[in-house]
Design a protein around this ligand. Structure first.
Ligand code: PEP
Ligand code: MN
Length: 337
C-alpha cells in the first residue's frame, strides 16, 4: 500500500500517521520528492483501514498495491489448490462434473437421476434440499428429508454429494452428512455463515453472488479461509446485467481472472447462468475450453414437471452428450475426465 501525502505536510503529521501504522505491525518507508512525499507500507496491510488513514488531513491519496485477499491469493500460494470432495478431487488435471436436479423431489427421482449422471461420467451428485426461492409460496425443498435422500443416492451410486446450506444452524448436520457444502449466490455475502463454515474443514462450493465483483467473491472465499478452512471451490453462475434474454449473464472472463488472481479451483454453472436448457451444452464446452476446473449442470428426469428450474434442466440423454463434448474439449486443453 502506498500513501501519497499532501504538499507541505509537516514532519510531525508524518510521525503521527507513522506511529499509528507501526502499532499495526506495518513498517513505513517515507520517500521525499521535490513536490510530494509518499509513504511505502510494508507488512500485512489487511490490518489497515483505508477510511481511517484517509481521515488524516495530510493524506492526499491511498493506493493499493496488492489485493486485499491473502489466503485466496495466488501471489502467496503459486501452486494450484486441489480439493478433495469425497472420493474425487477438484482442481487437478481431472475435470469435475457436478450434476443432478435443482431440487431433490422424491427418492425415485434423485436415485434415478443419480444413476443416470453417474453412468454418463459425472463425478459429484448435486441436488437442493433447502431451496432459496424468491417467492415464499414456491417449493422450498424437502429439507432434512432431502438430505436423507441424497445420502441414499450416494449409497446407491458412490457419487459424493453437494447441496446448498441456507442457515448457520444447519452446519453441524451438513458437516456430518454431505461431502461438499454449497453456499448459494444469495448467501455469498452472508458473512456470519461464511465465518462459521471457516471453522469446519468441509469443502465449500462458493457460488458467485448475483451482482458481485470478482474481488468481492474472492473476499468471501477469504472469510472462509481466514477462519481456518482452506477447502474452497469457486463457482461462476452468471451475474445480473441489463440483459434480460438470459436469466443471468455468464461471465467466462471471470474464470481467467480467478485463475490469475487465485489458486482456488473454479467451475462454471451454465444452467443458472442462462436459465435455458439449450444453452447448457455449448456453454459447458466453452467453460472447459476457457480453463474451468469443471462444470455444475442441472439434470432432471422430467424437466417439464420439475418443482424448480425445469426450463434450465437437461434430460439425462442430453447430459450424456454434454459429457462426450467435455471429454473432447478436455483433451484439447490438456485435461481429462
Ligand atoms: C442452485 O444451485 O440450485 C442455486 C440456487 O444456485 P444459485 O445460488 O447459483 O442461484
Ligand atoms: Mn436451480
Amino acid at each position: 500500500m502506498i500513501i501519497v501525502l499532501r504538499q507541505g505536510t509537516q514532519q510531525q503529521d508524518i510521525d503521527k500517521l507513522t506511529s499509528i501504522l507501526v502499532t499495526k505491525g506495518i513498517s513505513v518507508n517515507p520517500m521525499f520528492g521535490s513536490d510530494l512525499t509518499i509513504l511505502g507500507l510494508i507488512g500485512d496491510t489487511s490490518q489497515v483501514d483505508p477510511a481511517q488513514i484517509e481521515s488524516f488531513r495530510c493524506v492526499e491519496r491511498i493506493m493499493k498495491v496488492a489485493e486485499p485477499f491473502k489466503k485466496a491469493n495466488r501471489m502467496f500460494h503459486p501452486g494450484q489448490s486441489v480439493i478433495k470432495v469425497g472420493n474425487t478431487e477438484v482442481g487437478g488435471r481431472k475435470l469435475s462434473v457436478m450434476a443432478g436436479p435443482c431440487s431433490v423431489e422424491s427418492k425415485e427421482q434423485i436415485t434415478y437421476v443419480a444413476q443416470e449422471v453417474q453412468k454418463a461420467g459425472a463425478t459429484v451428485l448435486r441436488g437442493g434440499a433447502f431451496k432459496p426461492r424468491t417467492s415464499p409460496y414456491a417449493f422450498q425443498g424437502l429439507k432434512y428429508e432431502g438430505l436423507r435422500l441424497l445420502e441414499e443416492a450416494r449409497a446407491a451410486t458412490g457419487l459424493p454429494i453437494v447441496t446448498e446450506i441456507m442457515s448457520p444452524y444447519d452446519i453441524e448436520i451438513f458437516d456430518e452428512k454431505v461431502d461438499c457444502i454449497q453456499v448459494g449466490a444469495r448467501n455469498m455475502q452472508n458473512f456470519d455463515l461464511l465465518r462459521l463454515l471457516g471453522q469446519t474443514l468441509k469443502p465449500i462450493l462458493l457460488k458467485r453472488g448475483l451482482s458481485s465483483t470478482i474481488e468481492e467473491w474472492l473476499m468471501s472465499a477469504e472469510y472462509i479461509m481466514s477462519g481456518g478452512n482452506p477447502n474452497v471451490i469457486l463457482c461462476e453462475r452468471g451475474i445480473r446485467t441489463y440483459e434480460t434474454y438470459t436469466r443471468n449473464t455468464l461471465d467466462l472472463s471471470a474464470i481467467l481472472a480467478v485463475k490469475k488472481l487465485s489458486h482456488l479451483p473454479v467451475i462454471v454453472d451454465p444452467s443458472h447462468a442462462t436459465g435455458k436448457f439449450w444453452m447448457v451444452e455449448p456453454l459447458a464446452r466453452a467453460a472447459i475450453a476457457v480453463g474451468a476446473d469443471g462444470v455444475m449442470i442441472e439434470v432432471h428426469n422430467d424437466p417439464a414437471h420439475a418443482l424448480c428450474d425445469g426450463a434450465q434442466s437437461i434430460r439425462p440423454e442430453l447430459f450424456s452428450e454434454v459429457m462426450d463434448d467435455i471429454r473432447k474439449i478436455a483433451a484439447v486443453v490438456g485435461r481429462e475426465i
